[in-house]
Design a protein around this ligand. Structure first.
Ligand code: NAI
Length: 385
């Protein structure tokens, strides 16, 4: 098995998510970091790339230069991560897929549903992987939750309750700070702020765990801070393809909440509860029995959970290791293609372009429903109706 190579666009010095990608991609030694266009300022990007150990000729000033440089090399990178601001994802992801690269794109994958459909089509036509970084689906116990639901441990799913509510934009006095303001400005953020930024993680996780797609939804959106055009808080009710009812709350004004991603799933014979801030415990309540705490790393978990767990029980695993599981899946997917074999089914869990597209359709549905006083609207992309 040859070691795979990896490149990154965005994620420059001081960026929020760049370090988690570098930790995740490097963790298992399956990818070597070989190329990057890390910053919107070419010189800063080149300098930071070199500081991280990239060769001078593969530390690029911008993504077009990287595309040209890598395309013509025999040892071109196997996977490219796009971790730039949202409005650039479509153009860069499209160009690299068409250039013959596998891509892991940050969320939201695109700014419109039409762009999302185009990416799905390009990924199919080129045969290149387009994954989307719903990285929290990489947690071992989230994968175990999915396996428990799939094998019927809690019976038919009745209700899913998802939250992604934090309080980091709650200070009205800070609302005009340029680092915060753009997020609520439709010219820069698109049709939705908080739902597009955080709500889609919770909605993706609801679908990932239940194996059901969101079909229609009704949204109550507000701008709690009055100067904001886009929503900073939303309550979304939805219905899923297998009959489950969903409730999702997302907020950026929930003072006291830090990250705030949680998922609860209630079936006919049991309930499950997991929270991103305590990711090493999964709470399982079988009907009529006592509450059980399932610990990450304990014996007897599903193969998907075991594959996504690295340190022994009792030692915490956290967010960069969840991202590492997305990279581990992608490494297996790419190696399997190279070797002409079927991939390990326990690795076939990385979020796809189709998931990125479904999120985009949900973002537009939330915006439409929110404007129409919660009218129920179709949440599926036209391609999947
Ligand atoms: P950031 O603003 O902290 O960093 C963005 C980085 O991209 C900077 O280094 C900037 O110089 C660079 N950049 C901007 N335009 C570029 C271009 N054209 N070419 C090359 N580099 C460029 O942003 P942050 O918070 O790291 O977010 C980046 C993306 O990651 C966003 O799409 C965001 O939604 C997503 N994200 C995902 C998370 C997850 O859990 N999956 C968590 C946080 C962010």
């Amino acid at each position: 098995m040859t070691k795979l190579t990896w490149g990154m666009i965005g994620g420059g010095e001081g960026s929020q998510i760049g370090p988690a990608h570098r930790l995740g991609a490097g963790l298992d030694g399956e990818f070597s970091f070989m190329a990057g266009a890390l910053d919107h300022r070419p010189d800063a990007g080149r300098a930071y790339g070199r500081a991280l150990g990239l060769d001078v000729d593969r530390s690029y000033g911008d993504w077009r230069e990287m595309l040209d440089g890598e395309r013509t090399r025999d040892d071109r990178v196997d996977l490219v991560t796009v971790a730039t601001p949202n409005a650039t994802h479509f153009e860069i992801t499209k160009a690299f897929l068409e250039g013959g690269f596998h891509v892991l794109c940050e969320k939201p994958m695109t700014m419109t549903v039409a762009e999302g459909e185009e990416i799905v089509n390009i990924s199919k036509e080129t045969g290149k992987i387009c994954a989307v970084n719903y990285g929290y689906s990489g947690y071992s116990l989230v994968r175990h939750m999915k396996a428990m639901v799939a094998r019927g441990d809690i019976g038919k799913i009745r209700v899913v309750v998802a939250e992604f509510a934090h309080g980091h934009h709650a200070d009205a006095a800070d609302a005009d700070n340029p680092r915060v303001r753009w997020r609520y400005d439709p010219a820069q953020a698109g049709v939705s702020a908080q739902f597009a930024d955080c709500g889609i993680h919770a909605m993706h996780m609801a679908s990932f765990v239940t194996g059901q797609e969101v079909e229609r939804l009704s949204a109550d959106t507000i701008s709690a801070i009055g100067s904001r055009v886009l929503e900073d808080d939303a309550m979304v009710n939805f219905r899923m393809s297998g009959g489950a009812a969903g409730r999702l709350w997302t907020s950026s004004v929930a003072i006291g909440r830090q990250h705030g991603l949680t998922l609860q799933v209630f079936g006919e014979t049991g309930g499950l509860r997991w929270a991103q801030e305590q990711p090493n415990q999964l709470y399982y309540m079988p009907l009529g029995q006592r509450l059980q705490v399932i610990e990450r790393g304990e014996a007897g978990l599903s193969p998907e959970a075991d594959r996504a767990s690295r340190v022994t029980i009792g030692h915490s695993e956290g967010m960069p290791l969840a991202f590492a599981n997305i990279y581990k899946d992608l490494a297996e997917a790419i190696q399997a293609r190279k070797e002409g074999r079927t991939m390990d089914p326990a690795a076939n869990l990385y979020p796809r372009a189709e998931d990125g597209l479904r999120s985009m359709a949900a973002v537009f549905a939330v915006a439409e429903s929110g404007k129409a006083e919660g009218k129920w609207v179709d949440a599926r992309p036209p391609m999947f109706r």
